[in-house]
Design a protein around this ligand. Structure first.
Ligand code: NDP
Ligand code: AKG
Length: 426
């Protein structure tokens, strides 16, 4: 397996996720009052680590992969954010994802800063043994900056509870004591929290309900399109389906499917368990990936990767509400086009905050060695999501800005107040 080509962020013409994030900060700065003098802090990650991850492949070859851990801001608490395994991951992408974690954790008022990690590898090309070796080597390499009170990784794209278990075990072996609090999203047998796997999708569903209520859309009977049928997209799809909404279209890496009468999500889940993805599902029509964005729906949930809704397809979108399950799915240009057309966008830093919220519950449970019931977790999660949504909605109304700028006003104010009161060490 060859090491991958140079990442596209080295091309100065490429407006990637980090460029998107910088524009979002520029848009909020006029609303920060005297705190604006600290705004440059938000444009620089506090700590950036690039690591070489060499492993021996099953065929005896030695392969090298590039890994990253970025701690964007720790003014309000330890770094917190997931780890992504993907062939296209770049340092600039992880910088943006870590920055969105700072904003998200502050917007929802969790006592964390923001961090994110990644390894530039296609996990589908690896055996289970190779995946474990990459995970363990990566964890050892970033072990110098993570820890239960320093920076706490969690799952993201192509990582899951098993990978968190290997990370926890490697960190603990290196430290010489069991440290369950070093990662969240662990298996339940290892101090994981009930409800964490579904938490992000559940939070997306709750945020969609709050938006629908305020934007004149009746969730029951509404038509929903979802891009991404992984952890976030499939859970959200199931909850929409169970609440009486019609999931009319789903897209994943294998293709796009559409059924005007609504897709039976339980049936689709059975299909994806025995196939590569949604492609080939018999009870819906295959549609072209580009046409997915033009399909008629009330609510659109991008739940795959960044920069999927761009100036090129934003004009075609029929939805009245976009609920960002993914991080950074909408470019600033697309944001403007949708907003001008009256489409309500529930931004990622609010809509997908359910995952890190239950990660926080897991971290608290691990520290106290006292575990809550799934009902308690879901109730607390739903309350936090609803209260955060209402607070951001109010700030948007008061300042006549989008929900994204409002979420950034709430978050950046909290982060920069903490920075200011802590002061700078001379
Ligand atoms: N997991 C979590 O708790 C959280 C995740 N998020 C964000 O949600 C998004 C999805 O994450 P998650 O569900 O965990 O990841 P998964 O790896 O579980 O799923 C990713 C999904 O996206 C699909 N996908 C990937 N590339 C494309 C593409 N080019 N076109 C269409 N679909 C594509 C994948 O399809 P296929 O399987 O066919 O490759 C898969 O269905 C990410 O942006 C992540 O950062 C945000 C908050 C928390
Ligand atoms: O659960 C966590 O700590 C982080 C989840 C995450 O990576 C995200 O919200 O994007």
């Amino acid at each position: 397996m060859a090491t991958h080509d140079l990442p596209s962020y080295l091309d100065p013409n490429h407006l990637g996720p980090w460029g998107t994030y910088l524009q979002q900060v520029d848009r909020v700065t006029p609303y920060l009052g005297p705190l604006a003098r600290w705004a440059e802090t938000l444009k620089r990650p506090k700590r950036t680590l690039i690591v070489d991850v060499p492993i021996e492949l099953d065929n005896g070859e030695i392969a090298h992969f590039e890994g990253y851990r970025v701690q964007h801001n720790t003014s309000r608490g330890p770094g917190k954010g997931g780890v992504r395994f993907h062939q296209d991951v770049t340092l600039a992408e992880v910088m943006a994802l870590s920055a969105w974690m700072s904003i998200k954790n502050a917007a929802i008022n969790l006592p964390y800063g923001g961090a994110k990690g990644g390894v530039r590898v296609d996990p589908r090309q690896l055996s289970r043994g190779e995946l474990e070796r990459i995970t363990r080597r990566y964890t050892s390499e970033i072990g110098i900056i993570i820890g239960p009170t320093k920076d706490i990784p969690a799952p993201d794209v192509n990582t899951n509870a098993q990978i968190m278990a290997w990370m926890m075990d490697t960190y603990s072996m290196n430290e010489g004591s069991t440290a369950t609090g070093v990662v969240t999203g662990k298996p339940i047998s290892l101090g994981g929290s009930l409800g964490r796997t579904e938490a992000t999708g559940r939070g997306v569903f709750v945020a969609a309900g709050e938006a629908a209520l305020r934007h004149g859309v009746n969730l029951r009977g509404s038509r929903v399109s979802i891009q991404g049928f992984g952890n976030v997209g499939s859970t959200a799809a199931r909850l929409f389906h169970e609440a009486g909404a019609k999931v009319v279209a789903v897209q994943d890496h294998t293709g796009s499917i559409h059924c005007d009468a609504g897709i039976d999500i339980h049936d689709l889940l059975s299909h994806t368990q025995s196939h590569d993805g949604v492609a080939g599902y018999g009870a819906a029509d295959a549609v072209d990936n580009a046409d997915f964005w033009r399909l008629d729906c009330d609510i659109l949930v991008p739940a795959a990767l960044e920069s999927q809704i761009t100036a090129a397809n934003a004009g075609d979108i029929k939805a009245r509400i976009v609920v960002e399950g993914a991080n950074g799915p909408t470019t600033p240009g697309a944001d403007d086009i949708l907003t001008e057309r009256g489409v309500l966008i529930v931004p990622d830093v609010l809509a997908n905050a359910g995952g890190v919220t239950v990660s926080y519950f897991e971290w608290v449970q691990d520290f106290s060695s006292f575990f809550w019931s799934e009902d308690e977790i879901n109730q607390r999660l739903e309350r936090i999501m609803r209260e955060a949504f209402a607070a951001v909605w109010q700030v948007a109304a008061d300042n006549k800005v989008s929900l994204r700028t409002a979420a950034f006003i709430v978050a950046c104010t909290r982060i920069l107040q903490a920075r200011e009161v802590r002061g700078l060490y001379p």
